[in-house]
Design a binder for this molecule. Sequence first.
Ligand SMILES: [Cu+2]
Length: 196
Amino acid sequence: MKINKIIFTILLLLIAGLVVACGSQSTPEATAPPANEMETMPDTEMDTEMEDMSDGEMEDGEMEDMEDGEMEDMDMNAEVPADLDTSLSRPTEQGTYQVTISSELDPLSLNEIHNWTIHVATPDGTAVTNAEITVDGGMPVHQHGFPTAPQVTENLGNGDYKLEGVKFSMAGWWEMHLDIAADGQSDSVTFNIVLP
Ligand SMILES: [Cu+2]
């Protein structure tokens, strides 16, 4: 814990230095005491900071500790749009397919690698049994991707496909984006998943 606090303080000093170096705008944030800086920082500066962390100044473990401790005042759910559609069954963007996803890990929890099943059907409900599916995603507010590289590894038949290696490393809003191709057609769909 002591080490984490030292690292946290160093980070705050770095950020303060960055703010001074970046400019002459004397915003209230720039002169705020460090203790309040995390809360009062505008989103753009926060993003910069998160990226800096992921560039290696902090290891994953330390990041988690921070979420548990010093950063606990940051409500990740405040970043989730109020009208976000979190349905796990959605039509693709062009309406080519109806796609339903379900997690083997239920309820979802942080930092557990787990699998999902993807079901692909036509709009009238006929299973699409020969789809090629690629997956990516991440946290749109933080502009970072998945911490793992989830892949469809198995065609289970009846329009079901096994998606392996999903991990959510932070609370908040994640997007899971699927590109689906079959019979010379392709379409995509994005699911919104909120981790508590
Ligand atoms: Cu994030």
